[in-house]
Design a protein around this ligand. Structure first.
Ligand SMILES: Cc1cc2nc3c(=O)[nH]c(=O)nc-3n(C[C@H](O)[C@H](O)[C@H](O)COP(=O)(O)OP(=O)(O)OC[C@H]3O[C@@H](n4cnc5c(N)ncnc54)[C@H](O)[C@@H]3O)c2cc1C
Length: 323
């Protein structure tokens, strides 16, 4: 029987929706094999996020709340996850495939001498074990893999697993005792850059508007891509071409070496559709491409395409949408 520990992710106490997909994975495994799952949330000032987690039929919501855990420092979080995984006798530790999980979970797995698979998109029981499918090579290969060992660490792609249904009976909450003196302190938190207020994170948003090399400077990016995102209540993203030329910050990059997004709607504005870019957005439900080159590869994956100059088309689109 599985005993799964899902690691919840949050941004300063605001629950990240990708957590619900990781819970969806746990729900699927437990429904197929029996067993139960618990959710662990680590941080400080996380009561509201913990409360939200109680509605999804987890066996228990474990809360490690301490001022020493205010910032998501990987060495400290991995330490706490280890302690809880051991005390819960977890057979799997699961997080959403995200920057946070890439930072924290491999450390935790290494400390427990456990194996890890990232970017899981499917799971099936195989006797007492499991067979997983995971994406590799920028999404061009789907590997079928098994993971040795009684304890497995995984990250799961959020587009692949539906969040569990909400239930009326709330999961019980258990506080995790944190001994701040025993936490590692090899990493020092110096600061973080806040994103533009009001815009959602591209990994969480239902609508993402991304700009590519067609955009000539930061002001145009903010006016056209930011403007369209604001009209549509969406997040902004960027191709690497704009990041490399200093027009957009690295945090906006979508793709193989950037963020992986799976919104309901992705609008690629002046993006050619390089394979490395598409690795980060091809799980989108509806893709719209705007490009002046009718032969651009992005049109091969787009559900809707608009051939035109972004400097003309995007302002028109914004005006029409505002009306
Ligand atoms: C190892 C590796 C990892 C990489 N990782 C990533 C990644 O994570 N994310 C990523 O994005 N890239 C990544 N890349 C880079 C990738 O290969 C492409 O170079 C990049 O995605 C191109 O960005 P782009 O589409 O904005 O630019 P281009 O390929 O130059 O395309 C610009 C497009 O804009 C159109 N255009 C130009 N002007 C206008 C206009 N006025 N109106 C309308 N259309 C116009 C053009 O027709 C063209 O199709 C990676 C590359 C490597 C080698």
């Amino acid at each position: 029987m599985s005993k799964i520990l899902v690691i919840a992710e949050h941004d300063a106490g605001q629950l990240k929706l990708a957590t619900l997909s990781a819970m969806g994975f746990a729900h699927k495994v437990c429904a197929a094999t029996g067993g139960s799952y618990a959710v662990l949330i680590v941080g400080h000032g996380i009561a509201a996020a913990a409360e939200t987690l109680r509605s999804y039929a987890a066996g228990c919501v474990l809360v490690a709340d301490h001022s020493a855990l205010k910032e998501p420092l990987a060495d400290r979080y991995a330490h706490v996850i280890n302690d809880v995984a051991r005390s819960q006798q977890a057979t799997m530790v699961v997080g959403a495939a995200s920057t946070f999980s890439k930072d924290v979970l491999p450390r935790a797995a290494a400390l427990l001498d456990a194996g890890m698979i990232s970017d899981v998109i499917d799971v099936n029981p195989d006797g007492n074990d499991f067979i997983f499918k995971r994406v590799m090579f920028a999404g061009n290969v789907i590997a079928t893999v098994k993971l040795e060992g009684a304890l497995k660490f995984l990250t799961v792609r959020s587009a692949a697993f539906m969040p569990p249904q909400k239930v009326a009976a709330l999961s019980p909450v258990t506080s995790v005792t944190v001994d701040a003196g025993s936490l590692p302190a090899q990493i020092e938190f110096l600061g973080s850059e806040a994103k533009v207020a009001g815009r959602p994170d591209s990994t969480e948003a239902r609508v993402v508007i991304s700009g590519g090399r067609a955009i000539k400077n930061s002001e145009d990016f903010e006016r056209l891509i930011g403007g369209l995102a604001d009209v549509m209540g969406g997040a902004v993203g960027s191709s690497r071409a704009l990041v490399d030329s200093g027009i957009t910050p690295n945090s906006l990059q979508v793709g193989q070496t950037g963020k992986v997004v799976a919104p309901d709607l992705y609008v690629a504005v002046g993006i050619s559709g390089a394979i490395q870019h598409m690795a980060g957005m091809k799980d989108t439900k509806v893709i719209v491409a705007i490009n002046k080159d009718a032969e651009a590869p992005i049109f091969e994956v787009a559900d809707y395409g608009l051939v035109g100059d972004v400097y003309q088309v995007v302002p028109e689109l914004m005006e029409k949408l505002r009306k």
